[in-house]
Design a protein around this ligand. Structure first.
Ligand code: APR
Ligand code: PHB
Length: 392
């Protein structure tokens, strides 16, 4: 088998890159180790920056998103007994679109199937080779049959636990990491959202987030200890703790109901440098992880895809191989700004133990950033998404 671009992973990164490349005539094959149902079963964040919205439209997969996505002009920060609305539209002229990652993935999967471009689900033992000696290829097993995919380039879109980053010789890659001393307990319910916009809460008992998927489906999160087990959290216990952490006037609007999903996720900041190794390019979660507080995971993957898509077009259609050499430099400039914002939002809104000085600094940060136009604008422009760097 031969293709121009071998894509490992059929999450949002791999599917979006595959769709964009297919539409401009660049052959690509996607290799995914799980089933489509398994991939769609993952519950992830659902706030799309305008850059991702535009990319979905450029990829021709935005019809359902444009019909069902919820445009949000602002969100609320609640702490120290006060609520502050961050008016993104007034401060930056931009908004975000609330639309679940599951829906993004479903839309991209449907487009892939409609295009007839090849995707191998349940591809086992996927392994990139030869990306450092100019002979890139990917081996895998499909339906018990060993396969070899010859290619010009390999896009490692296989997430944090994927094979691509782990295939890079250790001496060629650096990891930067911060693990947070708490997790997020998430609950999905078919109940109406508590407010029209998202509400982020810092309470002495811990962080809480009120989000949504649609006017009838809500997503809530509670900061929890890493020792917690999801089976120890009944729906009633969750709803009671959530109501306790929310400002009273907001808690009074809470509509509870049976959970349709509950899970605990750890929080981590992680970046691998560089993101290019010969003909192998790390994309999205394969290269970096952010704590979900800033809703940047999917959006950072999208800006990597944008950069790689344009660099591959340059190399394969316009004779500009130099653009690929700049992939890592361009991506990492935006990655680290999103890492900073996600880290900062996490430190601003979570409760840390045994750190009296840190708690006073946190309160000063909360006061300063919500009491000046400059502070609110800083939050707003990072939340709506910093500009994508042109690939020229
Ligand atoms: N071989 C083939 N596929 C693999 C392998 C492998 N060895 N390892 C992982 N995969 C697949 C996973 O099954 C998954 O479907 O790669 C895909 C990676 O998808 P994601 O983890 O969703 O990463 P990405 O596409 O970069 O999307 C980033 O997803 O995890 C969230 O918060 C993150 O919102 C962000 C988004
Ligand atoms: C979500 O809706 O799942 C969500 C929204 C905003 C975040 C994190 C998660 O910052």
């Amino acid at each position: 088998m031969k293709t121009q671009v071998a894509i490992i992973g059929a999450g949002p990164s791999g599917l979006l890159l595959g769709q964009l490349l297919h539409r401009c005539g660049i052959d690509n094959v996607i290799l995914e180790r799980q089933t489509p149902q398994y991939v769609l079963g993952r519950i992830r964040a659902g706030v799309l920056e305008h850059g991702l919205v535009n990319l979905m439209r450029e990829a021709g997969v935005s019809a359902h998103m444009d019909e069902h996505g919820l445009e949000h002009d602002g969100f609320t920060l609640a702490f120290q007994g006060r609520c502050h609305r961050v008016d993104m539209k007034a401060l930056t002229g931009k908004s975000v679109l609330v639309y679940g990652q599951t829906e993004v993935t479903r839309d991209l999967m449907a487009a892939r199937q409609a295009s007839g471009a090849p995707v191998y689900y349940e591809a086992a033992d996927v392994q990139p080779h030869g990306f450092l000696d100019g002979k890139p290829r990917v081996t895998f097993t499909h339906q018990g049959k060993p396969m070899t995919l010859e290619c010009d380039y390999i896009a490692g879109c296989d997430g944090f636990h994927g094979v691509s980053r782990k295939s890079v010789p250790q001496e060629r890659i650096r990891h930067f990491e911060r693990v947070y001393p708490f997790g997020w307990l998430g609950l999905l319910s078919d109940t109406p959202p508590i407010e029209d916009e998202l509400v982020y809460v810092n309470n002495p008992r811990g962080f809480a987030l009120c989000s949504m998927r649609s006017p009838t489906r809500s997503r809530y999160y509670l900061q929890c200890s890493l020792a917690e087990q999801v089976q120890d959290w009944s729906d009633d216990r969750f709803w009671t703790e959530l109501a306790t952490r929310l400002p009273e006037d907001i808690a009074g609007k809470l509509v509870t109901g049976p959970s349709i999903e509950k899970s605990i996720a750890p929080l981590r900041s992680f970046v691998a440098e560089p993101m290019k190794f010969g003909n192998l390019f790390l994309v999205g979660d394969a290269a970096h992880i952010v704590p979900p507080t800033g809703a940047k995971g999917l959006n950072l993957a999208s800006s990597d895809v944008y950069t790689l898509y344009h660099a591959l077009r340059g190399a394969l259609l316009d004779g500009r191989a130099d653009l690929l050499e700049r992939y890592s430099e361009i991506c990492l400039r935006r990655v680290w700004k999103a890492e900073r914002f996600s880290w900062w939002m996490t430190t601003l809104l979570h409760t840390f133990d045994d750190d009296p000085f840190g708690r006073r600094i946190q309160r000063a940060e909360q006061d300063y950033y919500t009491s000046t136009r400059a502070g609110l604008t800083t939050i707003a422009e990072n939340y709506v998404g910093l500009p994508y760097e042109a690939v020229i």
